[in-house]
Every structure is written in C-alpha cells, then in structure tokens.
Write a protein that binds this ligand. Structure first.
Ligand code: BUP
Length: 448
C-alpha cells in the first residue's frame, strides 16, 4: 500500500480489553502505510498482556515498541481497589515521563492516539508540540454517550428514578448504570469526569463500533456535544490466519457448540460457577467454556477439577471442553462449529460476535456491560435477561440458565438477524464502506 508518511503513536491503557483494540488498530494503520509506534508500560498487570505484546511485535517487525517504566503506585484520595484500575491510575500519574521519549522518536510524530482514560494527561503532555491528539474509545457508543453525559447526571437527583433520559438516546434504566459511576469519590467516576472534560481538546474520538450497528447512539453522541466521534469499527483481527489450537472443535457439528466466556477480568463466584456448569449439563448443548477463578491471571491457579469436581468433568467430557487460561477467542467465534456465545458483553467480545455473526446470550457483570447488553439486544445480535441483573448480586439458578442457553442455540430468527449484523459489519470494512472510508480519511488527515 501507498506510504503516506505519517508517524502515529498508539498509547493503550491497562487490561486486555484495552490493549487488543490498540494492537488491532496498530496493525491496520501499518497495513495502510503509516509508520506506527506502540507505547507499552512496564510492568503489566496480567501475563496475558505481556505475552500478547511480545508475540505482536514479533509478527509486526515494522511497528516500533516504545517501552517505559511506570512509577510506583501512589494512593490518592479516590476509592480504587481493582488491580486494573490501579494500573490505570499509575499510568496516568506516570505519563509525564514520556515527554523526552516522544521527542526522540524519528520520524517526528504526527499524532498520538491514546486510550480514553488517558485523554486529559496526554492532551496536556503534548499541548505545546505540533502533535495532534486522538482518543480511542474501547467501549460502545451507547456507553460513551452515558459517559459524556456524566457531568450532568451527577448534578441531578437520581435517588427515586427508574431511568434517566439522555437527549436523542432515549431512556437508560438506572439498573444499567454501574453504581461506581455515580459515586464521585470512586476512581471510576472521577476518571470518567476528568477525561470527558478534556475531550474537546482532541482532534477526533475513534471508536470501535460501526454506523449500522449503533446508528442512534452514534448520532446521540454527536448531538450531545462530541461531534468529532469517528466510528471506524469493527477493528480487524491481527492474526486471523493463526489456528485456534483446539482440535476438539474441528470434530463438532456445525453451529452445535455454545462458547462461554466472561472475559479477561471477571471471575464468577464459586456458587455461580457450579450453577453454570449444571446448566450446561442440563441444557444438553455442546460447549466450550473458558473458566476463570480470579481477576488477575497470574493468581488464578486452581484446576478445573477443583472448581467443578472431577465427576462433573468426567460426565461432560463427551459434550464439552473446559479450558483454563487464554484461548484465541476470535478464531473460536469464527469457527463453523460455534452456534452461540454466553458473554459478559465486554465491548470487544460484543463487536467480535457482531463481526462474526454469532448469537449472544448476554450476561453482564459490571462496568459498561449492561449498557452493551442493551446494544446487543437492540441490534438483533442476542438475548438479554434483564432480571438477572449485575453478576454477583444474586445467584441465578441452573434451570433458568439452561432454558436461555437452549433458546439462544435454537432461535432461528435470532440466527438470521445475527447473520445480517455480520453482513453489515463486513460491508462497512469494504473499500467504500462507512468505517473503511472514515479510516482512510483519518490517515490522510494525520499528515495535515
Ligand atoms: Br478471557 C479471553 N481469549 O481467553 P472484552 C479473552 N480474549 O482472545 P474484558 C481472548 O480478550 P473489559 C480469552 O476476544 C476480547 O478481544 C477477547 O475484551 C479476548 O472483555 C478481549 O470482551 C476481552 O472487552 O475487558 O476482558 O472483560 O473489562 O475492558 O471490557
């Protein structure tokens, strides 16, 4: 491809859900002729992050890695007890260390694209340099709209409300708003507010979604004051050609396997794990289950047998495969044997299911996931049982879960509409598609 000459630095934040979209964008910019540098921090929280970074730079030798050492964490006045959020706070307080490193890059940088959570720090960092700043939003347009509305939301009394009305977006039920967001002394809330107030300083807000998937929410973001939103998704896989490593999957009939995963940083309670296991057995579905026992992978050492019992594993051996540790989720979702996806609705998982047309049973656990589940339902990509609420607040029984699992695997209408979502996702990435055309324009503007 034509080399347009611009040098772009990408600056991801903590956790796989934030890292992967940046690596995907990096590979896409590289393939479209940009010079790319990815800023990485030392140390990372999870082993998954450091493993993926090493593998990524090995297969993308043209992309430069700019590594910098973080300062030790300093406790602030904000409530923060999540290892990934602590890392976000640490990165934010270490950003100034980047200044000399950025100036030494050659050719000089045209632009820096940082994670939304770093917007205010990064715009300050380069405010006197001829470098344009962009933000990459790793969540849905719907959740972004809610975040952009937060300063107003914090001013109204929400105590007795069932829902709030965001202009042009429609009602969002209070039960979908993560409680931490409404507490200004919590890191989550404070960080959103401070970064939202810096959004006007960036040249554009890139977001991993696409017009036909979230048309109303994208429009609502524009009308609520962020008119420089740039939907350039779905971002593509950077190692699509790699195999999925699971020969078991190749032996299963088409669309027969339910894939179950709650993302890289959610462990269900021990009781809920047992109910989920019993539900899988009861449903009679074939399944591939990625099981997690702890938030951070380095500390998640328990074996499958210890978590579910050896007899469960033995009984379900013919029907299902339970995996501990990292799997290649995109390759799995792309496999013809997969017929449904029980998902926590982390945004990357949602957008991957959309790109690959896999029907979703949405079971949000925290953060943006309930709002994302609403997107899944509205777009015709899946089912969402609102009554299940947030994960961990109540135990959902095996019968209920099994019933919904069967429904998501057997609902023909859903399968058709999920296929339509896939077709639209493919279209938007073609040469004249909305997202691809926008990305091309963006690459040209990096030079100006
Ligand atoms: Br677990 C797991 N393999 O085994 P989300 C995840 N992934 O490829 P999260 C794998 O990690 P946040 C695994 O495909 C997706 O791209 C998955 O991001 C991949 O959820 C990503 O779905 C996970 O956004 O992050 O990890 O909870 O909380 O930031 O949304």
């Amino acid at each position: 491809s034509e080399n347009v000459g611009a040098h772009i630095a990408l600056f991801p934040c903590a956790g796989m859900g934030h890292l992967l979209p940046f690596l995907r964008l990096a590979a896409m910019l590289d393939a479209r002729g940009c010079a790319v540098t990815v800023i990485t921090v030392k140390p990372t929280v999870s082993a998954a992050e450091s493993d993926h970074l090493s593998a990524f730079f090995t297969i993308h030798p043209r992309i430069t890695r700019l590594e910098f050492q973080l300062l030790p964490y300093q406790k602030s006045g904000l409530r923060n007890d999540d290892p990934f959020f602590i890392q976000m706070e640490t990165i934010a307080t270490s950003v100034h260390l980047l200044r000399p490193l950025l100036s030494s890059l050659s050719p000089p940088l045209s632009a820096i694209v940082s994670d939304f959570t770093l917007t205010s720090q990064v715009t300050d960092l380069v405010s006197d340099l001829p470098i344009s700043t962009y933000t990459l939003m790793t969540s849905s347009a719907a959740f972004f709209c809610l975040m952009a509305y937060l300063p107003k939301l914090l001013q109204i009394d929400v105590a007795n409300r069932d829902a709030i009305e965001i202009p042009d977006l429609g009602p969002i039920s209070m039960s979908s708003i993560p409680p931490k967001m409404l507490d200004p002394s919590d890191f989550f809330s404070a960080f959103i507010s401070s970064n939202v107030s810096s959004l006007h300083k960036v040249k554009g807000v890139l977001i991993n979604t696409f017009n036909s998937f979230e048309s109303e929410a994208i429009e609502a973001v524009r009308r609520n004051g962020v008119d420089h939103i740039l939907p350039i998704g779905p971002l593509e896989s950077y190692d699509a050609k790699k195999a999925h490593d699971l020969p078991w999957l190749d032996e299963q009939p088409p669309e027969s396997v339910l894939f179950v995963s709650f993302g890289s940083r959610t462990a269900l309670s021990k009781e809920q794990i047992r109910e989920l296991g019993a539900a899988l057995e009861k449903s009679g579905c074939r399944f591939l289950w990625v099981l997690k026992g702890g938030k951070v992978d380095k500390e998640d050492k328990e074996e499958v047998e210890d978590m579910l019992g050896a007899s469960f594993v033995e009984r379900t051996k013919k029907k299902g495969l339970i995996v501990k540790g990292w799997v290649k989720q995109e390759q799995i979702l792309a496999h013809p044997a997969i017929g449904g996806f029980v998902s926590h609705c982390g945004w990357n998982s949602v957008i991957e299911a959309a790109r690959l047309g896999v029907p979703v049973l949405a079971w949000p656990q925290h953060g943006d996931q309930s709002v994302n589940a609403g997107v899944v339902e509205k777009a015709g990509l899946g089912l969402w049982v609102r009554e299940w609420g947030w994960g961990q607040t109540k135990l959902i029984g095996r019968e209920e879960i099994a019933e919904k699992m069967i429904e998501v695997m057997q609902d023909e209408k859903l399968r058709v509409s999920a296929g339509e979502v896939r077709a639209k996702a493919k279209e938007t990435r073609e040469v004249d598609g909305d997202s691809e055309a926008l990305l091309q324009r963006l690459i040209h503007s990096f030079n100006n």
